[in-house]
Design a protein around this ligand. Structure first.
Ligand SMILES: Cc1cc2nc3c(=O)[nH]c(=O)nc-3n(C[C@H](O)[C@H](O)[C@H](O)COP(=O)(O)O)c2cc1C
Length: 204
């Protein structure tokens, strides 16, 4: 078996170092090279996927295109939010977040396997791909964050991204260089022992 190019300790360190870095913690003025973005997305495409359907499409928004993204998201938010839940501050946040991050990637699950591959498996493959993307971003020193507001399923936003009826935008990945002086966020996980059930006997 060929030797792994990284040690388990290096893989563990990268996985545990990744944090969700929110747009307000990114440097809006520092661009991310197209070549680097392409490498992150190429790593995303190396995710496991049932039947090699590669059920993904990545819409990369940068610069002025983020204004079109904002307009569509705000219009969709107005359309899909029940009056009692509508919040002006949320609408405003939708208008500012994409400008705080130099890159926003809309990640669309596109079904290609027909009925043979269940939808949930295509979504699972997307999650694997986005984790690859975020881990790669972390390795490059970038901050990333997966956002999944309900408006992603709204008709106006779906039409903005040309999402077909059987497909779905599973998230927006906000990407950028962490702003100077950022204290890398901490996160917690339950002790792993509480998540493992060892079954080793014949009557298990
Ligand atoms: C499928 C998925 C959707 C997510 N959507 C959101 C979201 O809409 N808003 C948000 O604040 N965080 C979202 N997150 C990020 C989680 O909040 C974050 O991963 C969690 O708080 C743990 O923090 P960490 O990523 O730094 O470990 C999402 C994560 C996943 C996997």
């Amino acid at each position: 078996m060929p030797e792994s190019p990284v040690t388990l300790a290096q893989a563990s360190a990268l996985i545990r170092h990744r944090r969700s870095i929110k747009p307000q913690d990114l440097d809006p003025a520092r661009e991310v090279d197209a070549e680097l973005i392409t490498e992150l997305i190429e790593n995303a495409t190396w995710a496991p996927n049932h039947g090699l359907t590669e059920p993904w499409k990545f819409h990369v928004f940068q610069g002025e295109a983020r204004h079109a993204l904002i307009a569509s998201m705000q219009q969709t938010y107005r359309e899909v939010t029940p009056a009692a839940e509508f919040r002006e501050d949320k609408l405003e946040k939708i208008g500012t977040n994409p400008l705080l991050a130099p890159v926003v990637i809309a990640c669309v699950m596109e079904r290609r396997g027909g009925a043979k591959i269940p939808e949930v498996e295509e979504i699972e493959a997307m999650a694997c791909a986005l984790q690859n993307l975020m881990l790669s971003a972390t390795a490059a020193g970038l901050g990333s964050y997966w956002s999944s507001p309900p408006l992603l399923d709204g008709a106006t936003f779906r039409s903005f991204l040309n999402v077909n009826a059987e497909d779905r935008c599973v998230g927006l990945i906000y990407l950028g260089w962490p702003r100077a002086g950022l204290n890398w966020p901490r996160s917690v996980r339950q002790p792993v022992a509480s998540k493992i059930i060892w079954r080793t006997t014949a009557d298990a």
